[in-house]
Design a protein around this ligand. Structure first.
Ligand code: MG
Ligand code: MG
Length: 260
């Protein structure tokens, strides 16, 4: 199903987007060497409850996962990239952490992910991975607007990732979002321009380029949720929720310091 949001729903979507972005920035600022992934999950729960919002994850039980997710945020470290299940792990200097958060507020969901390096050391390969996903996300957003097609976004994202030297996994990508977290249309991280669903004002999309340093193959962790690179290489993930407007696309999950 594809949802087109009305102006009142879009206004609420901005509130949800701002909440998701602010929670992620707070988590980023609190996270340091010695932080446990379960602390991050607990802080997330506290902020969601405080805001009167609902987690999109706690009861999430898709066919590819093992039972309800049971946590409030995805925490993926180093070779883990998607659906990282929070567990008892203490972050070390140089760990590459991806946080992915979806929340619903007054019936409208928003979804965003950030990757960053914990501590002082900045391994060049990790920096390059993060930069590539952030650049690809910006390119995908720039390609979105009324009359553009999902294939234009996919092509823009894929071109940046390929030029940066990465191969692209097509099992998981971006998606429509609205009253629920995951909706049609699917927005692959690679594709052909001019193909796919034609975007129109009121459509909300979550765009989410993610890469693995030297492979496109995933393996599922023994926890039944966390997806890791098949080779053990490092990975990164960047995601924003956007709304198609009359004259372009508006990013709903910008952190407060970047909002207009
Ligand atoms: Mg997400
Ligand atoms: Mg998403």
């Amino acid at each position: 199903m594809i949802e087109i949001l009305n102006p009142s729903e879009l206004a609420r979507a901005k509130d949800t987007g701002a909440l998701v972005a602010d929670i992620l920035q707070t988590l980023r600022s609190r996270t340091s060497v010695g932080t446990n992934l379960l602390d991050i999950d607990r802080w997330t729960k506290e902020m969601i409850v405080e805001a009167g919002a609902e987690s999109c994850y706690v009861d999430y039980a898709p066919s590819f996962g093992r039972g309800p997710f049971g946590h409030y945020i995805c925490t993926a470290v180093n070779d883990a990239v998607l659906h990282g299940l929070p567990h008892d792990y203490t972050l070390a200097d140089g760990d590459l952490l991806s946080l992915d958060l979806a929340v619903s507020l007054e019936g409208v969901a928003a979804d965003s992910a950030i990757s960053f390096i914990v501590g002082e050391s900045k391994p060049p390969e990790s920096v390059a991975l993060i930069n590539a996903t952030e650049r690809a996300l910006r390119a995908g957003i720039a390609a979105a607007g009324p009359g553009a097609r999902t294939g234009d976004i996919s092509h823009a994202i894929g071109s940046v990732l390929r030029e940066a030297g990465y191969s692209i996994n097509t099992e998981f990508g971006g998606h429509g979002i609205g009253s629920t977290m995951h909706q049609d249309p699917h927005v692959s991280n690679t594709g052909r321009p001019g193909r796919g669903y034609k975007l129109r004002p009121g459509l909300m999309l979550a765009l989410e380029p993610w890469v693995m340093a030297d492979t496109a193959e995933l393996v599922t962790d023994a926890d039944g949720w966390t997806l890791r690179s098949a080779t053990g290489c490092r990975t990164a993930h960047s995601e924003h929720t956007i709304a198609i407007t009359d004259d372009g696309a508006e990013i709903l999950t910008l952190p407060s310091h970047a909002r207009p």
